[in-house]
Ligand binder design. Structure first.
Ligand code: 1GP
Length: 239
């Protein structure tokens, strides 16, 4: 089974998925062993790797090290085409469909093709939708796009449905890493009820209750970055 069919299967069985997002720029290499053991003890089902600013060429090394001690699938979540490593299992092939910057709609994707063709990565096309979060997040500033108004439910839904109609295999509702406000539950509810493909939700979720709320609203997979990065015991805590 490839990763995408596993995600579909989980959705069918109502098994919720959890990804821990690691930003290679923020890895403290001395603590990597501890980080990996904490991931192994956590309920995570996937590791996502990526970030808006990653420039360093440490992806391969990082993934090799993680794979030595951890069996979770590793999915690239790239900010740009330089963030590709054939050591990972899959890549979210993102198109930033909430924005109107052609670079993030198609240009980076075209540039990535010759690199991707050299790899065995499973490619999972993902409609990536940035939702206004109360602060300017890195993904908004780096992509130079305006997030969707969190109160404009019609526009958010039509954007997600356009993403599905275009053939994307996943929709990702993103508030942005370190978002002040996570994606509103009513948006998660509305979108999940009106698309067939799996729904990913992330950005600004800071406690376990926030994860449960997103699941209950209809998220199939929740992404946690900052909260775990700040506190490796995040998943052991009682919030
Ligand atoms: C960012 O959705 C992810 O792309 C995770 O965000 O760092 O706020 O958890 P956080």
């Amino acid at each position: 089974d490839n990763l995408y069919s596993q995600i579909l299967k989980a959705k069918t069985n109502d098994k919720k998925l959890l990804a821990i997002l690691l930003d290679p720029d923020k890895i403290v290499w001395e603590n990597l062993g501890d980080l990996i053991s904490k991931i192994n003890q956590s309920p995570a089902t996937h590791i996502f790797i990526g970030g808006s600013h990653v420039k360093t060429n440490i992806l391969d090394e990082l993934i090799i090290k993680i794979k030595q001690d951890c069996d979770l699938p590793i999915v690239l979540f790239p900010g740009n085409p330089s963030q590709i490593s054939d050591k990972a299992d899959a890549i979210l092939f993102l198109s930033l469909i909430s924005g109107r910057n052609p670079d993030y709609l198609i240009e980076h994707q075209v540039k990535a093709v010759p690199i991707l063709k050299q790899t065995q990565l499973e490619i999972i096309s993902t409609g990536y939708i940035l939702i206004e979060s109360g602060n300017e997040t890195a993904v908004a500033s780096v992509s130079k796009t305006k997030p969707l108004d969190r109160n404009n439910l019609d526009l958010v839904l039509a954007t997600a449905q356009a993403g599905e109609m275009l053939g994307n295999k996943l929709i990702y509702l993103e508030a942005g890493s370190g978002a002040k406000q996570a994606v509103p539950l009513e948006i998660i509810e509305l979108v999940s009820q009106n698309i067939e493909i799996p729904l990913l939700v992330g950005g600004g979720i800071v406690d376990l209750q926030g994860i449960q709320n997103a699941y209950q609203a209809g998220a199939d997979l929740v992404v946690i970055g900052t909260a775990f990065e700040k506190d490796l015991n995040f998943f052991n805590n009682r919030h």
